[in-house]
Design a protein around this ligand. Structure first.
Ligand code: MF3
Ligand code: CO
Ligand code: CO
Length: 289
C-alpha cells in the first residue's frame, strides 16, 4: 500500500510522489499523531476533479438563475420542480435529488417553517409573504455541485427579510473562515457566532458535507463549532456550507408522513443558503452561486 518515492503520486498529478504529495503526507501523518483529525485521501480532489465540479457548478448556477427569473406568487412548487428538471436534462445534467434515497422530486422547495427537504407539490402554492428555499444539486459528467438560495414572495415581513439576509451573511461568514491548514470547527464557530448575535438559532443535526464525486461525502460540516477543532482543512477538499437558521428555537422534527421534510419545532421561520466551496493552494474558490 505504501507508495514509493518515485511512484506516481496518489493525487493524479502524474508527478512522482517525492516531488508531489510526499511532504504533504508526512505533515499530515505528524499532525495525526498529535491527535488532529486529518482528511482521508479519498476526499482530496485532483485539479481535474475540481474542474469537473466547477462545470457542474456552472450548470447548477444556471438552474438557480432560471428559478430566480420565474418564481412568483401564485405558482406551485411542482412548477419549480418541472423548471429545474427540464432545464437540467436539456443541458446534459442529472438532477441529483431525484430518487436519491427515495426522494421523489428533482429539487427541494422549503417554505417558511420548513427547514429543508420540502417536496415539490402541485397543491402547494406560493403566497405573498412566503420565504422559500430552493435547493438544487446537479450531476454533470459524474460530478456533483450543490447550492440553494432563498426567495421572498411578494412583500415579506421585515422579520422574514432580516432572517433571509442574516442567513446569507452567516454563509458568507462561514466561507470567510475557510482556509487551508485551518479547521472545520472555525466554520461552525463563525456561522453560529453571527446567528446568535442576531438572536437566531442554528440547526445542529443537519449540515453541510463533502461533495463532488458523490452527493454526500465526508466531512460532515456542522454549523456550530469551536475554533481549532474538527477536521483539518487542506487544498483539494470540496464541501458545502449550508446553514439552516431558525428565527426561534433550534429544535426541528421530521415529517412523519413523507419521511423527508424537516420543520422547526416551534413553528417559527427558518432560512438556508448553500454554496459548494473548494480549498485551493492560494485560497478558496466558490464553485456555485
Ligand atoms: N441538497 C440537499 C443538501 O444540501 C440534500 C437534499 S437530499 C434530497 O445536502 F434527497 F432531499 F434531495
Ligand atoms: Co443542497
Ligand atoms: Co448540501
Amino acid at each position: 500500500m505504501k507508495i514509493g518515492r518515485n511512484d506516481p503520486c496518489w493525487c493524479g498529478s502524474h508527478k512522482k510522489y517525492k516531488s508531489c504529495h510526499l511532504a504533504f503526507d508526512e505533515k499530515l501523518e505528524n499532525m495525526k499523531n498529535e491527535g488532529i483529525l486529518v482528511p482521508p485521501h479519498e476526499i482530496i480532489k485532483t485539479p481535474e476533479q475540481v474542474e469537473g465540479i466547477r462545470e457542474a457548478g456552472k450548470l447548477n448556477t444556471a438552474v438557480l438563475d432560471l428559478v430566480a427569473e420565474h418564481i412568483i406568487e401564485g405558482m406551485n412548487t411542482e412548477e419549480i420542480n418541472v423548471l429545474v428538471h427540464d432545464y437540467t436534462i436539456k443541458h446534459g445534467g442529472i438532477p441529483a435529488p431525484l430518487h436519491y434515497k427515495g426522494f421523489p422530486k428533482s429539487v427541494c422547495t422549503s417554505i417558511n417553517d420548513e427547514v429543508c427537504h420540502g417536496i415539490p407539490d402541485k397543491n402547494r402554492v406560493l403566497k405573498n409573504g412566503d420565504i422559500v428555499n430552493v435547493d438544487v444539486t446537479t450531476i454533470l459528467n459524474g460530478y456533483y455541485a450543490d447550492a440553494s438560495r432563498m426567495f421572498c414572495i411578494g412583500e415579506v415581513s421585515s422579520e422574514a427579510k432580516k432572517l433571509v439576509d442574516v442567513t446569507k451573511e452567516c454563509l458568507d461568514a462561514g466561507l470567510a473562515a475557510v482556509k487551508a491548514w485551518g479547521y472545520l470547527g472555525d466554520v461552525g464557530y463563525a456561522v453560529n457566532t453571527l446567528a446568535q448575535k442576531n438572536g437566531y438559532s442554528v440547526v445542529e443535526e443537519i449540515g453541510g458535507h463533502g461533495v463532488g464525486l458523490k452527493f454526500h461525502e465526508e466531512p460532515y460540516v456542522c454549523h456550530i463549532g469551536k475554533k481549532n477543532t474538527g477536521m483539518l482543512l487542506v487544498p483539494g477538499m470540496v464541501f458545502t456550507i449550508e446553514p439552516m437558521i431558525n428565527a426561534g428555537k433550534r429544535e426541528v422534527y421530521q415529517d412523519a408522513q413523507n419521511g423527508w421534510t424537516i420543520y422547526t419545532q416551534d413553528g417559527t421561520l427558518s432560512a438556508q443558503w448553500e454554496y459548494t466551496v473548494a480549498i485551493t493552494e492560494n485560497g478558496i474558490e466558490v464553485l456555485t452561486k
